[in-house]
Design a protein around this ligand. Structure first.
Ligand SMILES: NC(=O)c1ccc[n+]([C@@H]2O[C@H](COP(=O)([O-])OP(=O)(O)OC[C@H]3O[C@@H](n4cnc5c(N)ncnc54)[C@H](O)[C@@H]3O)[C@@H](O)[C@H]2O)c1
Length: 266
């Protein structure tokens, strides 16, 4: 059983993606022990408790003391679905700004489609809450830069959720690479087999807004496509661990945002 001080203490060590505990001036006060309320409960809010969001909720709720005290989604059926996960009548809002206005929230989970990550993550950080956000950080390099600048400005933690990052087989592969057993790695071939359809059923297929909301993966304005959706966790593996690899292509040899990102960040 860990208390909230240990939770955030551990988080500080574990937040590998982008974290800013800076010694300089930041917009938000740091969580020094003196500011930690006596309660050991950690109150989370979630923006976008869809498919992934509810899985993340279940995972967080396995940590003793964690509770979701606010939900936000623009699609109302999600409220009942998410309340089934929390097991209580958790307050729910249709506008994320209302959620961020709630007092007592320690951190925000952002699990909306990627085209909204910049807006939601930046707003949550600027409300002086820590953020756990689903991948991808954002869909363009300037949007990612904005998120990183906001992390620095606010001094809050921001972790990006990436499937398998901590999986034992990933860790073992990295251990073998770093031990030098494989020599210099010059090429990684990563793939992902998918047996189900990305198109999800829509209650009213004639409603184009609902179609875009539910099937956002199929539309360019909200999705980075296969390379971003499925390629990120696979190529994330190479960076920052294997810095010499800078080319990322999809199956058809196309370069994309990921390669640009690798060139800029590598
Ligand atoms: N880490 C992983 O392994 C993993 C796996 C699957 C998905 N994901 C990521 O998780 C995110 C969500 O994917 P998903 O499959 O759960 O999608 P989803 O469509 O099931 O869930 C997104 C939710 O956001 C809601 N939403 C949309 N616009 C909103 C707004 N303006 N305000 C509030 N809520 C809004 C939707 O109604 C929906 O409930 C994506 O970024 C995806 O890439 C990550």
């Amino acid at each position: 059983m860990i208390n909230r001080r240990e939770f955030f203490g551990k988080a500080a060590g574990a937040l590998a993606a982008v974290s800013a505990i800076t010694s300089g001036d930041t917009l938000c006060a740091q969580s020094a022990p003196s500011t930690v309320p006596p309660s050991d409960q950690i109150n989370l809010g979630i923006i976008g408790p869809g498919s992934r969001g509810k899985s993340v909720m279940r995972a967080f709720l396995r940590v003793p003391g964690v509770r979701f005290t606010a939900l936000c989604d623009i699609y109302e059926p999600r409220f009942d679905e998410a309340r089934k996960v929390t097991g209580e009548q958790t307050p729910a809002f249709k506008d994320y700004r209302q959620l961020l206005d709630q007092k007592g929230l320690d951190a925000i989970v952002v699990s909306t489609p990627p085209c909204l990550h910049e807006e939601h993550v930046v707003a949550a950080l600027e409300s002086c809450r820590h953020v756990y956000g689903e991948k991808d950080m954002a869909l363009t390099v300037p949007a990612c830069d904005h998120v990183v600048a906001t992390v620095r400005k606010t001094g809050k933690f921001y972790q990006i959720g990436t499937q398998y990052h901590y999986a034992p087989w990933y860790q073992e592969a990295l251990r073998r690479i770093h031990s030098g057993k494989l020599g210099q790695v010059t090429h990684i071939y990563a793939y992902w087999h998918r047996n189900n359809n990305w198109r999800r059923p829509v209650p009213d297929p004639k409603d184009p807004k609902l179609e875009h909301l539910i099937n956002w993966r199929l539309y360019k304005e909200c999705s980075g496509g296969l390379l971003a959706e499925l390629g990120t966790p696979r190529s994330e593996f190479r960076k920052p661990r294997i810095r010499s690899l800078t080319r990322i292509r999809d199956r058809d040899g196309r370069r994309g945002l990921l390669e640009r990102w690798a060139r800029n960040a590598g």
